[in-house]
Ligand binder design. Sequence first.
Ligand code: UDX
Length: 438
Amino acid sequence: MRIAMIGSGYVGLVSGACFAQFGHDVVCIDKEEGKIARLRKGEMPIYEPGLDKLVADNVKAERLSFSTKLGDAVANADAVFIAVGTPTRRGDGHADLSYVYAAAAEVADAIRGYTVVVTKSTVPVGTGREVARIIRETQPSAEFDVCSNPEFLREGAAIEDFMKPDRVVIGVESQRARDVMAGIYRPLNLIQTPMVFTNIETAEVTKYAGNAFLATKITFINEIADLCEKVGADVHDVARGIGLDGRIGRKFLHPGPGFGGSCFPKDTLALAYTAREVNAPQTIVEQVIEVNNARKKRMARKVIDFCGGSVKDLTVGVLGLTFKPNTDDMRDAPSLDIVPALQSAGAKLQAFDPEGMSEAGKLLKGINFTKTAYEAAFEADVLVVITEWHEFRGLDPRRIKQVMRQPRIVDLRNIFNPEEMRGLGFTYEGVGRPQPRN
Ligand code: UDX
């Protein structure tokens, strides 16, 4: 199959490279000339494990190329995927669809022969129909079908998620388009991936419902963690105890400082907005948004309380700034709430993140970024773990203790063993875990 991928951001680039790996001919398109020039040189615009090699292999095999012009690629394509950004619109929290609609109009002009136009970006219900209307209006003679194929990949595990998905959801309403989509995903038949064919609206709702459910699951365990702290229970055992019930499942029950990232905050807001518009309010999701925002703000207070009510003139070391490990993505990261709040409470901040410091430097001011995790702990009065990078689990607690001014840790991701840390002489607090009785 010949595929044009409009938008070479996270989803576009990963999907494009993976489709090429499936054996298809893919052109990834982006308006940003600098980005395309770098991609042609083999430089990745994002940090994603394995992506550089996947891109290089497929460029070498001449299945993957990059361009700023969509004309030829779209004219030759069997399927055109729209994977441009859908940021949160300023003011009302709805998804900003201007990039999607602009792409649809450009695609419409360029279509030659039967083409399936697929929305891959997460788009509110109704967008697929609107894309179809725009194409029909722009080029009334265009021979096309619109299809919704939401992407469920996680940053940091994007390639694995794309190549071995739990399922593929395809909203499609003609046999011809269904055949094209089935052809594109044929390699996944070999690993027996379930294909869920639906109408277009159903596929659009499925994506939002999935993300909202996961965001709810995280928020639920976060509130249970608060309860555990008060009553001397351990949230990890609770999570295991409930998660072993197959109806609940063990995944996404890790308590922390609140969810962030490019999807959950944006998608929950957009779902709540759409639902209000059609008078079917999603009150649970609205609560999740509120509880999660409040939680991110409250985490600085947790650190301050842990330090006896003030962090004025204290040095706070921070481990991890990105919204989760294995990414350099800082979008809606809890650190963006926690760090400034500690700074306004008078603390001096020094931080280390394996991949996120360059992005963080654009968003967080007045921090001393260090070269190693130990340097972030150096002469600190308290060390705060915000992101659970794997390498932090391997740090030597004895060495951390040696370099700190006061051996105190607030572990917002529960990466350390409380008994071990306390045994070594740390004052230690995690999330949702019993405090030592005295
Ligand atoms: C998410 C969805 O998982 C993915 O299916 C969708 O396509 C895009 O959004 P992503 O944003 O990359 O992917 O990250 P994810 O691993 O889901 O984590 C999201 C946030 O939830 C992070 O801030 C993470 O720290 C937090 N989280 C996740 C928890 O706090 N606890 C958990 O148990 C799981």
